[in-house]
Design a protein around this ligand. Structure first.
Ligand SMILES: [Zn+2]
Length: 1123
């Protein structure tokens, strides 16, 4: 402990006095809270006497205490606040399954054998780029004909270079209308469609006959709807909840409007692939998937052993129940030059709607098929088919024929399919060719493959893993988009969390309204469209050019306004719904009682901010816990008057609160604004009322103490206890009952964490570093852009010496604010019991959009340099917040090739000591672990140029962007040495904390002086669910807008790592359960339940109301009838 002895006497006295006061509140845990005060209350000094020269000397002479790593035997098993914990055999069985998991190809292991040696791109004889060269071939078709399925397709982005609406009016509408006409005319022509958002948009405009024809074509199989998501979702930055929601939105539309359910997925343009999507596809009834954008070294490697088709299995699945057949396209792109075979020079000749092919160094004129050229062109095409068929096992060949926004005019249909038809006729009639060539859809291909499988000597291999990062040429890895436009990645997660809560509360309210309240019913009926537009706005944003930050600036603005408007509507809907639930008597309900305590700027160019409450009278706050477990949390509200106390409505008692000054980047401190922090304890899925009550004067102990380090600010209200740090002080610290966190006064940043329970300590140094751009190794001198990350070398430290640092602490929480270049960081410890008290909370307020040219072509990174010894360079990182995979940093890959998408969590494990350091996040970032003990996340990137992937723009629209992390240091019962399976799992505590980050408490305020109109609390759940079980949604289900009390109840059972002794409070949260009682809601009964496929469109079986618990890692959807 870093407490000076001379302060101990004063400290004890202060503690005692405060203790007496707090006892009056019957508050029992005050000792622990006040313990933190000691850390800043000594060591005050007159700042005027400081000399900055002294600081420099202090920093340069490295007086910072050396901490090194130390571990003492913990008191596990003794009488401490931790207990050994096992959340039940059922939940833990997933670890066992992950260890028993066997596949033929495990991607992370395979990387050891993959030849990289970038750059090593293949340039064909004609100068075209290609992934794989195939020179020789053995003719396929001698025993049974080579079947070639030509698959016409048109890839349509719901926003990229143009907005959704602009693409719709320029291309999509015409494409779909023309498709109907041409396909009705030519019964052997086929077509596919993936983006349901566009299809639904077209449906609004299409005529009745056109719609009927479309349905007929879908029924006959001439048009196949592939994947069937609202968009073709990105797979790196998207959270699984939103990924599933957009799939449900698309599948529901298809079932209700067209009566069809997709069979195969067409994932050709996502920039890398996660296994989470195949899981969702498999559980939603899809049987096959085609993927394209995979690292070219991986493609070559798999092609060399004919492993481009495989059964994709989840890394935690020991049985193979998640297997889905995957076909990987072998070449550079999904366009026509890259599809018929390995030579783009030849394949481009068959792109009949081009005049010439100008890509690469050659200019190839395109000629129509004539009697003169048909033989020659047929044989050229046949040879490409044969070469391509060499790298697959069967005698069935998939040949996509399309590109972005193709087939939008009738001429193109005739040019493409008309000419191909002539070639087909010739080839099919040629006795020497032994081929059967026909038009088909992707499911036609997989059906033919299934039949041909009997002739293949060895079945397709099983595979597990992901395909990140994507790399299409040289050392150009698409790892920049994991971070590009981070503000919108952040806001999308806010909308996701609010939408989930709105869905649950809407479904429950609708039942009550149907029962008795005709006013509420008519209101809900009119508001249903807000729920639907919220779903569709979030779904649209999951598109692989939206959340990825890879669309043009004007399109980004368009998405921003769609998200903003949805967030506004969902907030208003939530306010109405929550008011209806908590108002008393229920008959006094009127629509506009409460309002959500955040506001959004009109252009959605800034994150939602807390509204300042103008506090003159007693004010009602309604807080919502959307988690299905009990929640101990700290709530912050901004008020105009510091003289206020917080009263729990239930008990009428004042809760422990703290009054803080409000930090501002511009002025250091806001005037006329105060932050009230208070601890809340809210039951699972419930609403709870608190009152803010004006008082004449605050007791001294709730006013926070402010310690100024390295800078003296004079405009801070003298209401607070202000002190300045001694000039020779080398570190400052904050602490609570679980942790002690120390910071360097030279850098203002965290450098050390100690766990109090076992006195184990670790160096955890936060650094802010920047990457520049422009690799000298890259032959084109290309630079980073929206997609690609091309650093100019290792990152450079941007630390400021002696930045402004403020320590603000009080009975509820302690925070260290550090003002640095481009970022203000706030690191907080809350003095509360439970999971939240065990985490160090890190908030970054990033702004690299201002400050002249200094941020041009820079990427700002937060790095944690720790002494956690993961000497084999392995670490775990999540995929879509659904699962975690173990990864290895490889020296054979460049820096940018070692970056991965981070959606919710990553951790390092010490190889010799039983410790894990977890970093949780509330939004998506790019991350890496470039050195032993390091974790880094990219916070924002400002890039002045295009990266030649079609955007023709840099990324220069940076906005103030918040990001939130938690650092958790946990002790395991045993080290990880022998248990390094490919899949890894969070502890139950980190799982809880991740839920806290992703579903923050929603605060609503009543703008009225009447305090008697709200219930003190309202429980929506009869009892807590086990902590590993997540109520993913209770999605209101209203086909054709007949308002009925039906909903999709979706439950996810998270897999947990059970080797962690846990806080007894977490143990309470994680009580095991063998049955899932679907009747989990108060006031609302489930009268019938059907287990559906994941997207809720196909019935699997009638469910009992007391179901076997969902297996770990699985998501299950029940269609429930409520009454
Ligand atoms: Zn696309």
């Amino acid at each position: 402990m870093r407490v000076k002895k001379r302060s101990l006497g004063i400290f004890v006295l202060v503690c005692f006095t405060v203790y007496l006061v707090m006892c009056l509140w019957a508050y029992t845990t005050v000792e622990n809270r006040l313990a933190s005060l000691q850390l800043v209350q000594h060591n005050t000094h007159n700042a005027q006497a400081w000399g900055f020269g002294f600081f420099r000397e202090r920093c340069q002479s490295r007086h910072v205490a050396k901490h090194g790593h130390s571990v003492k035997q913990g008191k596990i098993g003794g009488k401490t606040e931790v207990e050994l914990f096992n959340p039940g055999e059922h939940t833990c069985s997933v670890e066992d399954a992950a260890r028993k998991h066997r596949v033929d190809i495990q991607m992370e292991k395979e990387w050891d054998a993959i030849q990289t040696g970038y750059p090593q791109y293949v340039y064909t004889v004609s100068g075209w780029m290609q992934v794989i060269e195939i020179q020789s071939y053995t003719v396929k078709g001698t025993d049974r004909p080579l079947q070639v399925i030509i698959v016409p397709h048109s890839h349509q982005d719901p926003g990229w270079l143009s907005t959704f609406e602009s693409y719709y009016s320029s291309y999509t509408q015409q494409t779909l209308s023309t498709a109907v006409g041409k396909l009705m005319e030519h019964p052997h022509w086929k077509f596919m469609w993936a983006e349901v958002s566009f299809l639904a948009r077209w449906w609004k405009d299409a005529g009745a006959t056109e719609k009927e024809y479309f349905k007929t074509l879908v029924k006959s199989g001439q048009i196949e709807i592939v994947t069937g998501g609202w968009v073709v979702s990105d797979e790196a930055s998207v959270h699984y909840q939103a990924m599933l929601d957009q799939l449900i939105e698309g599948h529901q539309w298809l079932q209700q409007v067209l009566g069809t359910v997709p069979q195969s997925a067409w994932s050709i343009d996502q920039f890398g692939y996660s296994p989470t999507m195949p899981y969702m596809m498999k559980r939603s009834g899809l049987k096959n998937v085609v993927i394209q954008r995979v690292n070219y070294a991986v493609k070559r490697h798999l092609a060399s052993s004919k492993d481009l088709e495989f059964y994709w299995r989840q890394a935690w699945d020991a049985q193979g129940s998640t297997d889905i057949l995957c076909h990987m396209m072998p070449f550079l792109s999904y366009n026509i030059p890259s599809s018929c075979g390995p030579d783009p020079f030849i394949c481009c000749k068959f792109d009949f709607s081009r005049k010439k092919c100008t890509w690469g160094q050659s200019k190839v004129p395109i000629v129509k098929i004539s009697d003169e050229n048909i033989a020659s062109l047929s044989w050229q095409l046949w040879e490409q088919f044969q070469k391509k068929a060499q790298i697959y096992r069967s005698n069935v060949l998939l040949v996509p024929h399309g590109d972005d926004f193709r087939y939008s005019g009738g001429d193109e249909w005739d040019d493409q399919l008309g000419n191909l038809e002539k070639l087909m006729t010739y080839m099919n009639q040629s006795k020497d060719m032994h081929v059967v060539v026909k038009f088909g859809t992707v499911s036609d291909y997989f059906k033919a493959l299934e039949k041909d499988k009997q002739y293949i000597s060895n079945d397709f291999p099983s595979f597990s893993g992901d395909f990140f990062p994507y790399n299409d040429r040289d050392d150009q890895f698409w790892t920049g988009y994991f971070t590009s436009r981070p503000l919108f990645k952040h806001i999308a997660r806010i909308l996701q969390s609010r939408l989930r809560l709105a869905e649950i509360v809407y479904s429950l309210s609708l039942v009550r309204a149907l029962r008795s309240n005709s006013y509420l019913f008519s209101l809900l009926k009119t508001k249903y469209e807000h729920l639907v537009s919220g779903r569709q706005a979030l779904a649209l944003f999951e598109h692989h050019d939206a959340i990825t930050g890879t669309s043009r600036r004007a399109v980004v603005e368009n998405y921003a306004s769609i998200i903003h408007s949805a967030l506004k509507d969902i907030n208003a809907l939530l306010a109405t719904l929550i008011t209806s639930l908590i108002v008393t008597p229920a008959s006094s309900f009127s629509e506009d009682s409460l309002m959500v305590l955040t506001e959004e700027s009109s252009l959605a160019d800034a994150p939602p901010r807390n509204i300042r409450i103008n506090l003159q009278f007693k004010t009602v706050l309604v807080l919502t816990n959307s988690l299905t477990v009990h929640r101990n949390d700290v709530v912050s509200v901004i008020v105009s008057n510091p003289n206020v106390e917080v009263v729990e409505s239930d008990s009428g008692k004042t809760v422990l609160y703290q009054v803080n000054p409000v930090y501002s980047r511009k002025h250091d401190w806001e005037t006329g604004q105060y932050e009230i922090l208070f601890e809340v304890n809210i039951a699972p899925l419930s609403l709870k009322t608190y009152h803010l009550v004006p008082i004449t004067k605050q007791p001294w102990y709730v006013l926070s103490k402010v310690l100024m380090v390295n800078k003296v600010v004079t405009d801070l209200s003298n209401l607070f206890n202000i002190s300045t740090a001694e000039p020779d002080r080398t570190e400052i610290a904050i602490s609570n009952q679980y942790l002690l966190a120390s910071f360097s006064t030279c850098t203002g940043l965290l450098h050390h964490i100690q766990r109090k329970v076992d006195e184990s300590s670790f160096n955890v140094k936060i650094k802010f570093v920047t990457y520049g751009t422009g690799s000298w190794k890259n032959p084109y001198r290309d630079k980073s852009g929206a997609y690609v990350f091309l650093p100019d070398g290792p990152a450079k430290d941007t630390s400021l010496m002696y930045p402004s640092v403020f320590v603000v602490s009080g009975p509820v929480s302690s925070s260290v604010y550090t003002k640095l270049q481009g970022v203000v960081q706030k690191v907080t410890l809350h003095n509360i019991a439970g999971p939240l008290g065990s985490a160090l909370i890190v908030n970054n307020d990033v702004n690299i959009g201002t400050g002249g040219d200094s941020w041009n072509n820079k990427e700002l990174v937060m790095r944690l340099e720790t002494d956690v010894n993961n000497h084999d360079n392995t670490f775990c990182v999540d995929l879509n917040g659904f699962q975690m995979h173990r990864k290895k940093t490889r020296s054979k890959l460049p820096i940018q090739g070692n970056f991965h998408p981070l959606t919710t969590a990553t951790f390092l494990e010490d190889d010799s000591r039983p410790f894990r350091l977890t970093l949780l996040t509330s939004e998506a970032h790019g991350m890496a672990s470039l050195n032993v003990g390091w974790l880094e996340v990219v916070l924002d990137r400002r890039l002045m140029q295009d990266d030649w992937r079609g955007l023709s723009e840099g990324v220069t629209d940076n906005r103030p962007t918040p990001s939130q992390f938690m650092i958790v240091l946990e002790r395991m019962q045993s080290p990880t040495a022998n248990t390094k399976s490919a899949a890894c799992f969070l502890s139950s505590m980190s799982t809880q904390l991740s839920q806290y980050l992703n579903n923050p408490i929603l605060s609503l305020v009543a703008p009225t002086t009447s305090v008697n109109r709200f219930l003190p609390h309202r429980l929506l759940l009869t009892s807590p669910l086990p902590c590993a079980l997540n109520l993913l949604n209770l999605r209101s289900f209203q086909p054709n807008n007949i308002m009925s009390a039906t909903a999709l109840l979706i439950v996810h059972h998270a897999g947990l790592d059970c080797r962690f002794p846990e806080l007894s409070l977490v143990k309470e949260l994680c009580k095991t359960m063998s049955k899932l009682n679907l009747n989990m809601f108060t006031d609302v009964r489930v009268s019938a339940a059907v287990e559906m496929n994941l997207s809720g469109v196909q019935k699997k079986r009638t469910a009992s109301l007391n179901e076997e618990i969902v297996p770990p890692m699985e998501i299950q959807t029940y269609k429930v009838t409520l009454r």
